[in-house]
Design a protein around this ligand. Structure first.
Ligand SMILES: [Zn+2]
Length: 121
């Protein structure tokens, strides 16, 4: 965690000329010596941020699918106990509760992350 606003932090972005990742603090690409003007820098950083954001949102969506799958397996295991234990005269699946809880946790976590990131423009 840092208390510096994002624009003051050093960022890396691909050089528009050679695509090598360079630091935002330098005025010249250290690989191909291309001049990095502040316009180029701003555009490259904005593009890089967009790409990172798109990847993050995609990951959150994949995680949501995982969560739903775990929840579904948990519910199915609840109805059709694959591994069940008998306790106090009733048999219930010992696989089901952790899967349901884990699935719900993953769903909530991925949705929170997704909407938090979506609101940032
Ligand atoms: Zn370069």
């Amino acid at each position: 965690m840092s208390f510096l606003p994002d624009e003051l932090k050093t960022q890396t972005f691909p050089c528009p000329n050679c695509q090598q990742y360079i630091s935002s603090e330098i005025g010249k690409c250290k690989f191909c010596s291309a001049e990095i003007t502040s316009d180029i820098r701003q555009n490259a950083i904005a593009k890089e941020t967009d790409e990172k954001r798109a990847i993050y949102l995609k990951n959150q969506k994949n995680m949501l699918v995982f969560g739903i799958a775990f929840l579904a397996i948990g519910l199915v295991a609840f109805l059709y106990p694959i591994i069940s234990v008998r306790w106090m005269g009733t048999s219930f699946s010992c696989l089901s509760p952790p899967l349901v809880v884990f699935g719900l946790g993953v769903i909530i976590y991925s949705l929170l992350g997704y909407y938090k990131e979506k609101r940032k423009i």
